[in-house]
Design a protein around this ligand. Structure first.
Ligand code: AMP
Length: 412
């Protein structure tokens, strides 16, 4: 479906055409007409599916028809990175419109406070905010949301995981009851349904293909001992100049530091990012990674949702994530919007059951590549409840142990 078919304003169509969007993605096709009709929406959609445009285009279409300077739209998101990224997309979509948007998020040095408070009191149409910082402004009494017409909660499940439930309800107490509310969540646990029941009015419910990595991702795994992980990564990426944007996920901040150290030692331009870094440092690290000055970025899950870095060619799960949903989000960092990418997971002897849960969630068995001979044998892949494979790789159980004649199979 093309964007012309939605009946969007010409200026918006021009902007998205400049941005290179040709066809609407699934979530856009489903959500845009529903939002344009004024409905509340509860949508289950992952990152990388184009959901920002799905909610922003109809909102901008409505605002462009009104042509006023009210603060009419509030978008609440879990992280500052996501706030920045959504704001960048809004600036693209509204390039030919007389509409302003600002971000409100914590972690800066305080110089932004005045600009934010000015934007919250005059002249801005759209605010993209993280809950904590927005509440600090609300506490001072000058924020007026009385003209607000559109409220979006993005990555709602992530916000509840972080513990923003009370903050969200608090913010809602400042917002007019007569509004359109759109809630996006990658997963739909009961607590999300409960929140939806509290804040949405007769919502239309939509779901795009749930919990499946994008089609273009080649997924594979090595079953390894911890000390084999760095040599595996080194082997995978050495002499592969095409792999110039590699994202490594680790479960803990402490490990990020260790992995960066080891990969640097092996001669790779590597940096780490975790919530320990100041906001400014995080932005600088991301900028160097985006511009390909840093080949490898090592991150905790803070980055795994919502962050839009184009053309990451390889994702490495240094650890198997604890939540199967996080696997999908990590892997969703590559192969965005019709591209292809590779996602490799390193499974140690303690993580096999976790990995099995991931395979169950995505309904697929992920290819286990034998550990290269020179690294010695890896552990045997065993899960507590073996199940029927729905894809045939020729074996039910995989051993990553040495096999004559097999080497590193992935992107060689
Ligand atoms: P999102 O899920 O909103 O974070 O979007 C993921 C990426 O896909 C962003 O880089 C968008 O600019 C891009 N994108 C979204 N919709 C489309 C589309 N219809 N055609 C091409 N790219 C898109």
């Amino acid at each position: 479906m093309t964007f012309e078919e939605f009946g969007l304003n010409e200026k918006i169509l021009d902007a998205i055409s400049y941005m290179g969007y040709e066809k609407a993605s699934e979530i856009q096709e489903l959500a845009i007409p529903v939002i344009m009709e004024g409905n509340d929406l509860l949508a289950c959609a992952q990152t990388g599916t184009g959901k920002t445009a799905a909610f922003m285009l109809p909102i901008l279409n409505h605002l462009s028809a009104e042509d006023n300077h009210d603060l009419s739209t509030l978008i609440i998101v879990p992280t500052r990175e996501l706030a920045i990224q959504i704001n960048q997309q809004i600036q693209g979509f509204s390039y030919f419109l007389n509409i302003n948007s600002v971000t409100v998020y914590g972690g800066r040095d305080g110089s932004d406070w005045e600009a934010e408070s000015k934007a919250l009191t005059t002249g801005t149409n759209i605010i993209v905010a993280t809950p904590g910082k927005l509440i600090s402004h609300l506490n001072l009494g000058y924020v007026k949301f009385d003209k607000l017409k559109h409220l979006v909660l993005d990555e709602a499940d992530r916000m509840l995981d972080i513990g923003f439930y009370d903050d969200i309800l608090r913010i809602l107490s400042y917002v007019p009851a007569d509004r359109q509310t759109l809630m996006f969540s990658a997963t739909m646990p009961q607590k999300i349904r409960d929140l939806a029941a509290k804040i949405l009015k007769n919502p239309v419910e939509l779901s795009t293909a749930i919990s499946k990595p994008a089609e273009g991702v080649l997924q594979a795994a090595y079953v390894v001992y911890e000390n084999q992980k760095i040599p595996i990564i080194s082997g995978l990426i050495s002499n592969k100049p095409d792999l110039d944007s590699i994202l490594v996920f680790s479960s803990t901040k402490k490990k990020v530091f260790d992995i960066v150290k080891s990969l640097k030692k092996a001669g790779n331009a590597t940096e780490g990012i975790s919530s320990d870094l100041e906001q400014k440092e995080r932005e600088e690290v991301l900028m160097r990674f985006r511009s390909r000055r840093t080949r490898i970025l090592v991150a905790t899950d803070v980055l795994s949702r919502g962050i839009d870095i184009k053309d990451i060619n390889l994702i490495i799960n240094f650890d198997v994530p604890s939540s199967a949903e996080d696997y999908v989000h990590r892997v969703g960092r590559t192969a965005r919007a019709d591209k292809t990418g590779i996602a490799i997971s390193l499974i140690n002897e303690h993580d096999m059951d976790k990995f099995d849960r991931i395979e169950k969630l995505i309904g697929d068995e992920i290819l286990k590549i034998p550990v290269p001979e020179e690294l010695g044998e890896g552990p045997v892949y065993k899960v507590r409840a073996p199940r029927k494979s729905n894809r045939n790789y020729g074996k039910k159980r995989y051993s990553s142990g040495r096999k004559p004649g097999t080497g590193q199979a992935s992107s060689n």
